[in-house]
Write a new protein. Structure first.
Length: 327
C-alpha cells in the first residue's frame, strides 16, 4: 500500500485527497519507485482544474525522485537500488510509491541529492528544450537579448542562470520588486516588474527599439499581445504554458503585420518522447547543475498531505523558485 494524492473530480485545491492505493509489480517496460521527494509544477494545476483533462479518479504530479525497488521485463537502463529521478507522464508522482513507465526515468548522479532531483527534472528539462531546442530561425548568439516571463519561478530561475552561462542577455519579468531582485541575482541581465511597468515599452527601451529574437512565455493570456509586439522581425514566440489562462484565438495575418514572426506551442513530453533523447537532455541538465553554473532553488517544502495548500500558494503566486512535496 502507498499513500497518494488523488482527485475524484476537477475543481479547486480542496479536490486533492490523501488516499491509500495498492502498488503492484512493474510490468514490461515499467519500474516501481519509492519516492523521496516530489516536484510541484503548474501543469499539476491544469490537471486538477480540468484544463488538461484526465480520466478520473487519477493521481497528480509529473516529477519525482527516489529509489528504484523493482524493474519489469525489458528495462535495462535501471535496476533495483538505483537512485533515480524523472519528469514523466502519466501523472502520479504525488505518492509514496508508484509503478510507472521506465522510459523517462534516469539514474540520478550521486552528487545531486533527492530533493534537488525532484525539483529540477521537469523544470530543468523544460529550460533545456527552450534554450537549446526551441530557437528562432537564425538561432541565438552570445549577447542576444531574450524575453523570459515569470523569471522568478522554478523554470524561470533555472533559465536565468542557464541563459547567462550561454552568454544570452535574459530580460526577465516578474510581479514584484522582490521577485525581480531574485531573478537579477540569478543571472537576468534586465528585470521588469510588470505590476509597475509596461513590459513592452521597457523591452523596446532595453533593445533600442529592435525587439528580441525570442519570447519564452508560460503565462499565456495576460502577456500574449504585448509579447508579440516585443519581437524583432522573424522573431519567435515560444509559448509553453497558460498560467493566466489560455490564449484567445487570433488571425494568422497578425503575424505578418508584426514582422513575419513565428509562433510555436511547445510541450516537454514531445521532446522527451524517446528514452535516448530524454537521456541526452537529462545528461545536459545534470552537467550544468553538477558544474555549479545552475543552482536549483527549493524555496518551499510541504508534506505530501498538504498538497492542497501547496496548490493554493502556487496559484496565488506566493511561491518562488522550486517547490517540493516531502514523502
Amino acid at each position: 500500500m502507498s499513500k497518494a494524492i488523488h482527485i475524484a473530480q476537477v475543481g479547486g485545491p480542496e479536490q486533492l485527497k490523501l488516499v491509500d492505493v495498492t502498488v503492484g509489480e512493474p510490468g514490461a517496460g515499467e519500474i516501481r519507485i519509492r519516492h523521496k521527494a516530489v516536484g510541484l509544477n503548474f501543469i499539476d494545476v491544469y490537471h486538477r482544474t480540468g484544463l488538461y483533462p484526465l480520466e478520473l479518479p487519477h493521481g497528480l504530479g509529473m516529477e519525482g525522485s527516489g529509489v528504484v525497488e523493482a524493474v519489469g521485463e525489458g528495462v535495462t537502463h535501471l535496476k533495483a537500488g538505483d537512485r533515480a529521478a524523472y519528469a514523466s507522464a502519466p501523472p502520479g508522482s504525488y505518492s509514496e510509491a508508484r509503478v510507472m513507465p521506465a522510459k523517462n526515468v534516469c539514474k540520478l548522479p550521486d552528487a545531486i541529492d533527492f530533493d534537488t532531483g525532484a525539483a529540477m527534472m521537469l523544470k530543468g528539462l523544460t529550460v533545456q528544450y527552450l534554450l537549446k531546442r526551441t530557437l528562432p530561425q537564425a538561432g541565438l548568439q552570445a549577447g542576444d537579448p531574450v524575453l523570459f516571463h515569470a523569471a522568478a519561478g522554478g523554470v524561470g530561475l533555472i533559465a536565468c542562470q542557464w541563459a547567462k552561462a550561454l552568454g544570452y542577455q535574459l530580460i526577465g519579468t516578474a510581479g514584484s520588486d522582490e521577485k525581480c531582485a531574485l531573478a537579477k541575482a540569478n543571472g537576468a541581465a534586465h528585470v521588469i516588474n510588470y505590476a509597475k511597468e509596461d513590459f513592452e515599452a521597457r523591452v523596446k527601451e532595453i533593445t533600442g527599439g529592435k525587439g528580441v529574437k525570442v519570447v519564452y512565455d508560460s503565462v499565456g493570456k495576460d502577456t500574449w499581445d504585448k509579447s508579440l509586439n516585443c519581437l524583432a522581425p522573424f522573431g519567435l514566440m515560444a509559448s509553453f504554458g497558460n498560467a493566466s489562462g489560455p490564449v484567445a484565438p487570433f488571425a494568422p495575418g497578425v503575424l505578418g503585420a508584426k514582422g513575419s514572426i513565428y509562433v510555436t506551442r511547445q510541450t516537454l513530453f514531445t521532446h522527451i518522447a524517446t528514452r535516448e533523447v530524454n537521456q541526452q537532455m537529462a545528461d545536459d541538465l545534470f552537467e550544468v547543475v553538477g558544474s555549479g553554473k545552475v543552482k536549483i532553488h527549493i524555496d518551499q517544502r510541504y508534506p505530501l498531505a498538504e498538497a492542497a495548500q501547496a496548490h493554493r500558494d502556487l496559484e496565488a503566486r506566493k511561491t518562488t523558485g522550486c517547490t517540493i512535496l516531502t514523502v
